[in-house]
Design a protein around this ligand. Structure first.
Ligand code: NAP
Ligand code: GLV
Length: 327
């Protein structure tokens, strides 16, 4: 009998089709995983899960007694209860590296778009306003090049952002992470700052940490107040690493000049979220890694992880290595 697999939300078509040939694979998208009977039936015999943003917690695990591996098609894994998975000797994997440059491109494009007001001015042209209104200083943006960029979370993606900023835009790089990184400091002429000092000093601030208990609400009212009034804030991490209402308040009271957001506290974002009505906020729908090339690479890597776990091999991107015992 073929092993049962659940594919959830996003697995690129060729990868999904290949899995369907080898395993009894069912694809589910945006369902109520607590109540969908088809899903729960399949889950009760499933050995592997591959996909995006499936919340794997104690409740789900109780209903998955045969599960061997959960393979995220993402580098972030805040959807997984790693402690519960490890307790049950279930492997957990993610897809680092293959998406790093693509996410850095997204973050940088939000930064440039916010600084140069690209979406707002695009609308200005398309609305025909340029025909009746002269271009005045109120339409001007601010320079990106030669400014100071503060990166919070100098990991893989943070370093790829630094690469673009330092070599492409001659920016001064400040960073804050849990640990100092002498090699990164050398490569990008970057300076390690405490969080508060970074917030006070930077012209642009990019937040790109994982979502953990320590980073939940990391940037809130106090932190927005520390930023320069002219600062532009970019969030590419997760919506909950900031206090969204405090960002809204900071933008409303002009304590902050602009923001670029790929992630939101609630996704999809509510249509009445005040951020959506602000001209100085540039948004994208959590598509940091979503290019055709990179999504395919992520699905392929996630499938490699999944198949290793299903077949008793060590997956290349194991998040909870303590579970692994050499066979
Ligand atoms: P990574 O290589 O693990 O880097 C994470 C960095 O965050 C590390 O430098 C880490 O510091 C730092 N960090 C962790 N906790 C911190 C804290 N409490 N305070 C300050 N810094 C902290 O991960 P990555 O591959 O760069 O990915 C980072 C995150 O980006 C993912 O977890 C995900 O949430 C997000 N992401 C979003 C998208 C999107 O579509 N928007 C796409 C991909 C990833 P140390 O190095 O000192 O440990
Ligand atoms: C996407 O958000 C990821 O974590 O890969």
């Amino acid at each position: 009998m073929k092993k049962k697999v659940i594919a959830y939300n996003r697995v690129e078509k060729p990868v999904l089709e290949a899995l369907q040939k080898k395993y009894d694979t069912r694809f589910f998208k945006n369902i109520d995983t607590k109540n969908d009977s088809d899903f729960l039936d399949h889950l009760s015999e499933t050995e592997g899960i591959i996909g995006l943003e499936l919340v794997v917690d104690h409740d789900l695990l109780k209903r998955a007694p045969h599960l061997k591996i959960v393979s995220n098609v993402s580098v972030g894994y805040n959807n997984l209860d790693i402690e519960q998975l490890s307790k049950r000797n279930i492997l957990a994997t993610n897809t680092p590296d293959v998406l790093t440059d693509t996410v850095a491109d997204t973050v940088f494009s939000l930064l440039i778009a916010a600084a140069r007001r690209i979406p707002e001015l695009d609308q200005f042209v398309k609305n025909g306003d340029w025909i009746t209104e002269a271009i005045e200083p109120e339409h001007f943006g601010v320079d990106v090049h030669h400014k100071t960029l503060g990166i919070i979370g100098m990991g893989r993606i943070g370093q790829a952002i630094a690469q673009r900023a330092h070599f492409g835009f001659d920016m001064d790089i400040l960073y804050h992470s849990r640990t100092r990184k002498p090699d990164v400091e050398k490569k990008f002429d970057a300076t390690y700052f405490g969080l508060d000092e970074l917030l006070r000093t930077s012209d642009f601030i990019c937040l790109i940490t994982p979502l953990t208990p320590e980073t939940t609400g990391l940037i809130g009212k106090r932190e927005f107040q520390l930023m320069k009034n002219s600062a532009i804030f970019i969030n590419g991490s997760r919506g909950k690493t900031i206090v969204e209402q405090d960002l809204i308040d900071a933008l409303k009271s002009s304590e902050l000049a602009a923001a670029g957001l790929d992630v939101f506290e609630k996704e999809p974002v509510d249509s009445d979220n005040p951020l959506l009505g602000m001209k100085n906020v540039v948004t994208t729908p959590h598509i940091g890694s979503s290019t055709h090339e990179t999504e395919l690479k992520m699905s392929e890597l996630a499938a490699e992880n999944l198949e290793a776990g299903l077949n008793g091999k060590r997956p290349p991107n194991l998040i909870n290595p303590t579970v692994w015992t050499e066979k």
